[in-house]
Design a protein around this ligand. Structure first.
Ligand code: ZN
Length: 299
């Protein structure tokens, strides 16, 4: 679990939705055996997104094959960055919104802050500036701290796994492509475009290819251009379609219904009248029900 920095204000939000993100690897990258999900969450935080507050928790997996040299190794739900960058409590969609408003709509940071406040996002002008710089950092080339983390990942796992996700933040037509490393969960670079060819992608990936890190595998969803570009940049690395992407996309679609169902159940059942006392005691010869501590179903 991540420790919150001391200066961070603790905020309570009403109607927070929940999202559990799982490690996207299905098999151990070393021995190939199926990874076992671990119960405790390795990360949890509440994130402000344009769609409202979201409670995000990450579940890791581990290799349990006793013959594997990496038995007991934990693999984290690196894809949680898709909701918000590591250590940030603002959604990636908020960053993309700020970037778009500032660069394409030429709005000042204070105007963007007001627009965000109107959408229910609690943020001050200083933080809007900070989030804008984080977004620019994400769009930039590999940063030095990231390079060091990637080298540490190679030392620990023997290589990196590159994955690409295409996101469509709400409110505008351009896609946000993000390249991230699976073991470390670091989003290393992003590109914002409306239409993209495999050549554009290869061009974008060139600085990462030039890092010359050993690449154990590449991951993407089923989009052909993504797969072609990754195969061109890292021809030696096996490419996998990320099943977790598909599954978590499905989960996102049912999330609203899941929450609505919970809420409705609570409203329906919470309002039931308590069972009258004498109904339990007289029983009319029928089997006598056990006494409940709480008469209401959802205490
Ligand atoms: Zn293993």
């Amino acid at each position: 679990m991540e420790k919150q920095p001391r200066h961070r204000v603790h905020r309570e939000f009403a109607n927070t939705q929940r999202l559990i993100v799982e490690c996207e690897l299905s098999n151990c990258p070393v021995c190939g055996s199926v990874l076992k999900p671990r119960r405790p969450w390795h990360m949890r935080k509440t994130v402000q997104t344009l769609k409202g507050p979201l409670y995000v928790a990450g579940k890791s997996k581990e290799c349990v094959n006793p013959a594997c040299p990496k038995v007991g190794e934990h693999y984290y739900a690196s894809r949680a960055w898709r909701i918000s960058l590591p250590k940030s409590t603002y959604g990636l969609d908020v960053l993309a919104f700020i970037g778009w408003q500032h660069e394409h709509e030429h709005r000042q940071l204070v105007e963007i802050q007001q627009a965000l406040n109107e959408r229910g996002i609690l943020v001050n002008e200083r933080n809007v500036g900070k989030l804008y710089r984080q977004f620019l950092g994400l769009l930039g080339a590999v940063q030095e701290p990231n390079r060091r983390k990637l080298e540490a990942t190679v030392a620990q796992h023997g290589g990196v796994i590159w994955a690409i996700d295409a996101l469509q933040p709400e409110g505008y037509g351009s896609l946000l492509y993000v390249l991230y490393e699976v073991f470390s969960g670091i989003p290393v670079g992003a590109m914002q475009r409306e239409h993209i060819s495999a050549d554009d992608l290869v061009e974008w990936l060139r600085p990462y290819q030039a890092l010359q890190l050993p690449v154990l595998a590449t991951l993407s969803d089923g989009e052909e251009t993504l797969e072609a570009a990754m195969k061109q940049c890292w021809p030696e690395a096996p490419h996998q379609h990320c099943q977790a992407h598909f599954l978590s996309n499905l989960a996102e679609a049912v999330l609203d219904y899941d929450d609505e169902l919970r809420l409705n159940l609570r409203n329906d059942l919470g309002g039931l009248p308590a069972v009258p006392k004498n109904a339990l005691e007289t029983g009319n010869g029928a089997q006598k029900p056990k006494k409940r501590k709480n008469s209401s179903l959802l205490g």
